[in-house]
Unconditional design. Structure first.
Length: 240
């Protein structure tokens, strides 16, 4: 089975395609070999998912073309050595997300380079390694040009939907490529930038990901726990 949004080799004229298990994607569209690298902030060229700077991807620097870990699981270290399933022999930090990994954790590892990915960045079991349809293209809205819109603290201006004045750092659904956004009245913010649902929860002390206001321990926020992303109560209240 091939899911909608999954990256494949396709002949559009014949409606014929083969999945990555049958034909792994090892090159960009211009034929350059993909290599493991830390991404420059942008969007996956397979599923359009937003990527943070430093996230490990399969990359063609020459074409600025890359695939996220969902579209193309990382199979090698930056030097090109194949990753192997391994139980970590000492505590360390994942070379993608920098999170601490305790001794004995299952990782995907290059022993020659002492370079590895944690379970969250590169699942080691077949059940969790299966393709997951990215939530962003299905859930988040798109602008008139077809770009995925994401929640963002606005620059002061006016809503491109209703013309209402928008304050600086007020949360909006934005298309940065088009410099175009919709206010909370036109399009309420209900998802994190990755497309996960926000839920009302007690926060850990930190900063609102929209207005950067300090948030105290146990303060109520609208949160995506998976991405550690939340909006403070001020940002999430819809203005009438």
């Amino acid at each position: 089975m091939v899911h909608q949004g999954q990256l494949v080799f396709e002949c559009g004229a014949c409606n014929y395609y083969v999945c990555q298990s049958c034909r792994p994607i090892a090159h960009c569209k211009r034929g350059h070999k993909l290599r493991t690298a830390a991404a420059i902030a942008g969007r996956c060229d397979g599923c359009s998912r937003a990527l943070k700077a430093g996230e490990v991807v399969m990359d063609c620097r020459e074409c600025n073309w890359f695939l996220c870990r969902v579209c193309h699981p990382v199979t090698q270290c930056p030097m090109g050595h194949r990753l192997q399933k391994w139980a970590s022999q000492s505590p360390g930090a994942c070379d993608s997300c920098s999170k601490g990994v305790p001794k004995g954790s299952m990782i995907m590892d290059c022993r020659r380079c002492n370079w590895f990915l944690c379970e969250a960045c590169r699942p080691t079991s077949k059940a969790t390694a299966q393709f997951r349809v990215p939530a962003v293209p299905r859930v988040l809205p798109r602008c008139s040009a077809g770009h995925t819109m994401q929640p963002l603290g606005a620059k002061a201006g006016s809503c491109d939907g209703c013309g209402r004045l928008v304050k600086d750092k007020e949360p909006v659904m934005s298309c940065e490529a088009c410099n175009w956004y919709l206010c909370r009245s036109c399009r309420p913010v209900r998802h994190c930038p990755e497309g996960h649902d926000l839920e009302a929860e007690m926060a850990r002390a930190g900063k609102c990901d929209c207005c950067a206001r300090k948030v105290q321990d146990n303060e109520m926020v609208m949160q995506c726990r998976e991405c550690n992303w939340y909006l403070c109560s001020t940002c999430h209240i819809t203005r009438r």
